[in-house]
Unconditional design. Structure first.
Length: 281
């Protein structure tokens, strides 16, 4: 088990304190992990996204108050092999990875009209280190304000290997007045809402590099241990509500809840590079 997961489980265990009516085995790391995984699976089903592509936020993750904070969240790389949690503090990010890909692509004397790599390189340089996404903080707040409420109730039983007659029951209750899964992509087309920023992203350049498996850089970029495999494509944002996980053993419940009154990110959606064509047009 990773050190990160151990820390998260310890936080989870602390939030399930034992009292005189609570069996000490109720808060074992295995049961806590089972409950967290159940929340992750149910949320993934609710937003209709494969669980491998949903990463839970670590704690209460505020949406932020400006577009730059929002874009930094989309920009952070994530990996399907890094467990069920989103890590916003990685060394590399999508914009820098994309720039490295452009650096490795050959400049040609006669540009392809369908994918002008030369122009892609120029546009990336013109952006001058400012790499926005095509949605702003105002866009996502407007979508949240116009969103529907969310309600989710589910339960699952986990057999108790030491006492088959008394299983563990995990109960999930989630309810938010506002709930939205909000997709965005790197800035690729001039928009009046982004005055002062330059479009910097060419999807065709990324796919040109991905489809050229003869490139000496392909394995180090897109391979099993490459630096670019998945991209954050959406944020799951909520407001005014909570989710609660209850572990019941021998009719003795222990509950942990996480509430949110202001716009908060409870999860992100990532996508493998080879599946982006259906999301980003």
């Amino acid at each position: 088990m990773s050190k990160l997961l151990m820390r998260l489980l310890m936080c989870f265990l602390i939030s399930f304190p034992c009292n005189s009516a609570c069996d000490s085995t109720l808060v074992s790391s295995d049961i806590a992990q089972f409950a967290i995984n159940f929340w992750h699976q149910q949320l993934s089903q609710y937003i209709d996204v494969n669980a491998d592509q949903v990463k839970l936020a670590q704690g209460n993750m505020a949406l932020g108050s400006n577009s730059n904070q929002l874009w930094n969240i989309y920009n952070a790389d994530s990996s399907s092999t890094a467990g069920i949690y989103y890590d916003p503090s990685q060394f590399n990010n999508f914009a820098s990875d994309y720039g490295m890909i452009l650096y490795h692509l050959p400049v040609v004397p006669v540009p392809n009209p369908d994918c002008n790599i030369n122009q892609a390189i120029i546009d990336f340089k013109t952006a001058n280190g400012q790499y926005p996404w095509n949605k702003t903080i105002n866009d996502i707040n407007a979508a949240l304000n116009n969103s529907n409420a969310m309600s989710l109730n589910a339960s699952k039983t986990m057999p108790n290997l030491s006492n088959s007659s008394s299983p563990y029951v995990i109960t999930l209750k989630a309810s938010y007045q506002r709930f939205v899964t909000y997709y965005a992509q790197p800035y690729y087309q001039q928009s009046p809402e982004l005055t002062g920023y330059s479009p910097w992203y060419y999807q065709c350049a990324l796919f040109t590099a991905y489809n050229d498996k003869t490139s000496p850089y392909w394995q180090s970029t897109f391979g099993e241990k490459g630096y670019m495999q998945h991209i954050t494509v959406a944020l799951v944002v909520v407001e005014n509500g909570s989710y609660c996980l209850t572990i019941t053993f021998d009719n003795k419940p222990s509950e942990n809840c996480s509430s949110s009154t202001s716009p908060s990110i409870i999860a992100v959606v990532i996508s493998p590079i080879n599946e982006l064509s259906g999301l980003w047009h």
